[in-house]
Write a protein that binds this ligand. Structure first.
Ligand code: SF4
Length: 230
């Protein structure tokens, strides 16, 4: 009877050990780059970025937001119209859903580091309206440079990738949300990662019952991530 308990305790000890290692080991993948050690310096560097063409038509860069000590990192796709104007991530309609879902999952947004895979707003003009346009593989890959810095500085114990663009950036390859969802994935640096939908996908659902069901699933994904933080 004692064996399963012992096994669970050993797994827990191993997980804590791996997390400590993740904090202690400098990210070798950044060793050949300019050294950026603080989020303030990172924001300044991002503001000067011309690594892809998206900076040209955006109002400003939208850096990640949150403390360098955050244990949870939430990654979205790219800033929307409101975020582009405010210079802050997730302040528009998708941000309101995210805030509600975090609340329902028992996570304080201020405890998380919230960012996007792509830091400039990609859009096309339709009359006077700026309509969201999905970033392409090249833009995601070019902007991954900045998320790697964010990960190296914050060293989150848990990352939640929200949507296919975020998942591609976090894992460095195309992934299928359906296949990856609801499971814990181990990152090479010892941290854990989860995959879920982007909250803006809920906004696009015409059927209210579908929307409620998907919202519950979204909250359940966030709860999984929260459990992993304990
Ligand atoms: S989207 Fe990313 S890579 Fe492209 S210019 Fe902006 S910060 Fe640089």
């Amino acid at each position: 009877m004692a064996q399963p308990v012992l096994k669970a305790e050993l797994s827990l000890l191993m997980l804590r050990f791996l997390r400590q290692m993740a904090k202690a080991v400098p990210p070798t993948l950044l060793s050949d780059r300019p050294l950026i050690k603080s989020l303030g310096r990172l924001r300044s560097a991002e503001a000067e970025c011309t690594r892809c063409p998206l900076y040209k038509d955006a109002t400003q860069v939208v850096p990640g937001e949150g403390g360098a000590q955050a244990r949870l990192m939430l990654v979205g796709e790219q800033p929307g119209d409101k975020e582009d104007l405010a210079g802050k991530p997730f302040v528009g309609p998708a941000g309101r859903i995210l805030n509600q879902a975090l609340d329902d999952a028992g996570i304080a947004r201020d405890d998380a580091f919230v960012t996007n895979a792509v830091k400039h707003f990609k859009h096309e003009m339709r009359g006077k309206r700026r309509l969201h346009k999905r970033p392409n593989a090249y833009e995601i890959e070019r902007c991954r440079w900045w998320m790697e810095y964010e990960r190296a500085i914050v060293k989150p114990a848990v990352i939640v990738a929200m949507g296919a663009t975020a998942a591609r950036s976090v894992f460095g390859r195309n992934v299928t949300i359906k296949k990856m969802r609801g499971k814990q994935h181990q990152m090479p640096d010892g941290g854990a990662a989860f995959v879920t939908v982007h909250p803006s996908s809920l906004l696009r659902m015409p059927d209210e019952a579908d929307k409620r069901r998907e919202y519950r699933n979204f909250v359940a994904d966030l709860k999984l991530a929260r459990r992993c933080l304990k």
